[in-house]
Design a protein. Sequence first.
Length: 235
Amino acid sequence: RNNKDVIKVIIELQFKHPKINLKKHYQRYFQLLGLKGILFISILMSKNIINKCFTSRFSEKSFSLYQIASKNKLAYFKVADVNSPSTIALLQKHKIDYIINSGNQIYKRDILKVYQGKILNRHSSLLPNYGGIYPIFWQLLQGYKKGGVSLHWINEKIDEGEIAYSKPMEIDPKLSLFDHYKIAFEISYELCQKAINDMKIDKLSYIPLKGEKSYFSWPSKKNIKAFKSKKLRIV
């Protein structure tokens, strides 16, 4: 609402990765969340559907990216593949200068040619530590205490671009994985607001990565079992 003068487009990326089939997509999340997590998500989704149906378009509250775009009279699109020629054409058509990204798709060469040094990615760790998938899951599993959020510039190496903004947060084994991500997204909002303010005055940071790099992929059944055996909670 405070930045609709400079935000030109809101794009919602398809949650399922375009290269993963539907069966594997749901298997992954069922294994990670378990029955309790699936029930928790189902309740949240039901509440959202009810809220969407009964919330006035003039209300302050929004329950989807589409509602946010509609209320603020911003262009909205939903795309399956961030690297498709149609997505690149869409960005160019709307004369987009910078992109702030939060999602599970990897930006590849074609789009990076057009937006090199112009795409900020939100990541829930202090990079270069804990790059990759679900960093907070791995931090909890490994007893790591110093988490955080990074906004970094995307390049062709996954989670290895220069840092623009970052802020630490504590990893507390008494809190669930979902609790940690709620905190991380609140920090992300703060950092994204700072980024937008700095974009307005063309004053942005490009800080080279320092420290030991680590990268993690999707948790296996064995990893998830180890997580739960330590009495750590998903929800």
